[in-house]
Design a binder for this molecule. Sequence first.
Ligand SMILES: C[S@@+](CC[C@H](N)C(=O)[O-])C[C@H]1O[C@@H](n2cnc3c(N)ncnc32)[C@H](O)[C@@H]1O
Length: 219
Amino acid sequence: MLSYQQSKAFYDRFGKKQDWQSFYEDVATGALIRNGEFPNASAVLEFGCGTGRFGERLLEGHLPPNARYVGIDISDTMVALAKERLARFGARAEVYLTDGSPQLDFGAATFDRFVSNYVLDLLTFEDIRTVLQEAWRVLSEGGLLGLSSLTHGFTAMSSVVENIWMTMHAIRPTLVGGCRPINLLEFATEPRWRLRCDDKFSKYGVPSEILVAEKVAIG
Ligand SMILES: C[S@@+](CC[C@H](N)C(=O)[O-])C[C@H]1O[C@@H](n2cnc3c(N)ncnc32)[C@H](O)[C@@H]1O
């Protein structure tokens, strides 16, 4: 696994090249948009916003005009790119640099959507659990969690790609951006989350999973 520092260094260098990953990510993030009920949202937090591409898609075509978007990322380069890309949305879009901690610097029940695309798959299992605890805390009751990530192969071709991916990750994690396949369903579990949708996609053999779950208030 990459440390926060290694992750930051990698994505600071990678910068705009991240958008090339859209060749396999867009099929999954498109499904996330269709299932995330964004036309009813008022405040979205994106963890690991990268170049701001997903935020731009939401603000441009899927959020109501008065909804706001906040993106956070560990990489200075990504924060600068996302700020530049989202500048035309004025006060509706904010982007902040973090130190990579899964603890979020936002109050309870501040957002009604929490999204993260292809970021949890480069965190430790412990950090993934903390991010989801924090997502639960910052979401209002009934708010939606929307995740996409690399996942395990589920067809002959995607299983071959998963094996190649894991081999590269074992040789040097930065060959694959530090990411490795995970199973999102293991993390967003009852009683805190009510599953709305869990789906898998394979594009050019790269297996992705999306998950949408509703925050359930627990006593
Ligand atoms: C694979 S990229 C995905 C970017 C974007 N979500 C997308 O789908 O294009 C991973 C992103 O997560 C960011 N990142 C990595 N570790 C992070 C952490 N601990 N906290 C916040 N952002 C992180 C990286 O800087 C990078 O922008």
